[in-house]
Write a protein that binds this ligand. Structure first.
Ligand code: CUA
Length: 311
């Protein structure tokens, strides 16, 4: 008998053990307290009119016991949960990236070769997959119960989620954030294929009905780099320019004017395109114009895809 859906990701078993651990502690204390409550109310009930209530005003040993034991238990639950949570939030470096766009009311997935699918996410089994997600309109939330993972998609920023599927087959995707009239119909499937099937699918065969193929994000991003004039200030070969070079920019640690250090990620690049003055890298003049209204969110994510390749 199982109260939980099938566990089909690498960390699902650990998420379940945390849930069971907390549930069992709650059950044990619920039963213990209920039984004692009934037992004591019968044992110490008033038996005659002249009965005086036996009344304990204070007991140091008991007070210490019922403070220390629950505190230790709660601390242990916190620590145990934190370790598993940290695993859920930290995608492995070698993860395959898929871009996810949520919109009223569908899921769009874009793979690293430019292939796009709607409402069907294809992934290989036994390989970590990292989703780089954003929303076109309102809050959505990507939820796959069998993988025990869920993450909001937020308009105007990128959020991340990762998983490694351990079973082949189809798993439901739900939107877990109320997002308007079509929320309950914002459904999808994760299709977990074997490594070979996935590679075959990605390179084209047998998927014409769901896939549309255009220029890749990388190609579009590289084109925008020239067309929108990024190249006037940012080089791609490491040579100096008005702004920091794009060579190796993604994942680079930069020091800002006020001395704080940041790591360049999707959200930093997006902000630097739309609000260039928000965080200026030390040693560079604050001269970049905002590209708000000149580059769409989709174009920004294309440029990010391009920058990721400039190692
Ligand atoms: Cu999208 Cu609910």
């Amino acid at each position: 008998m199982s109260f939980l859906p099938e566990a089909a990701s690498s960390f699902a078993g650990r998420v379940d053990s945390v849930i069971w651990f907390v549930t069992i502690i709650c059950l044990v204390f619920f039963v213990l307290i209920s039984v004692l409550l009934v037992y004591f109310s019968i044992k110490y009930r008033r038996k005659t009119d002249g009965d005086s209530t036996p009344y304990q005003t204070h007991h140091h040993a008991i007070e210490v016991i019922w403070t220390v034991i629950p505190s230790l238990l709660v601390l242990f639950i916190f620590g145990y949960g934190l370790v598993v949570y940290d695993d859920l939030r930290t995608p492995p470096k070698e993860a395959v990236e898929v871009d996810v766009l949520g919109k009223q009311w569908l899921w769009q997935f874009r793979y690293n070769n430019g292939k796009k699918t709607l409402n069907e996410l294809y992934v290989p089994v036994g390989v970590p997959v990292k989703l780089v997600m954003t929303s076109d309109d309102v809050l959505h939330s990507f939820y796959v119960p069998e993988f025990r993972t869920k993450q909001d998609l937020v308009p105007g920023m990128y959020t991340y989620l990762w998983f490694e599927a351990t079973e082949q087959g189809n798993f439901d995707i739900f939107c877990a954030e109320y997002c308007g009239a079509g929320h309950s119909a914002m459904l999808g499937k994760v299709k977990v294929l074997s490594r070979e099937e996935f590679d075959r699918w990605l390179s084209g065969e047998g998927a014409k009905e769901v896939a549309t193929r255009g220029p890749t994000a990388l190609e579009l991003g590289a084109e925008l780099y020239g067309k929108r004039g990024c190249n006037a200030c940012h080089t791609v070969d490491g040579s100096p320019g008005v702004g920091p070079t794009f060579k190796g920019v993604f994942g680079r640690m930069e020091t800002l004017e006020d001395g704080t250090k940041i790591t360049v990620d999707e959200n930093y690049i997006r902000e630097s395109i739309y609000e260039p003055r928000a965080k200026i890298v030390k040693g560079y003049p604050p001269v970049m114009p905002s590209f708000k209204g000149m580059l769409s969110e989709g174009e920004v994510s294309d440029i990010i895809a391009y920058l990721k390749t400039l190692k």
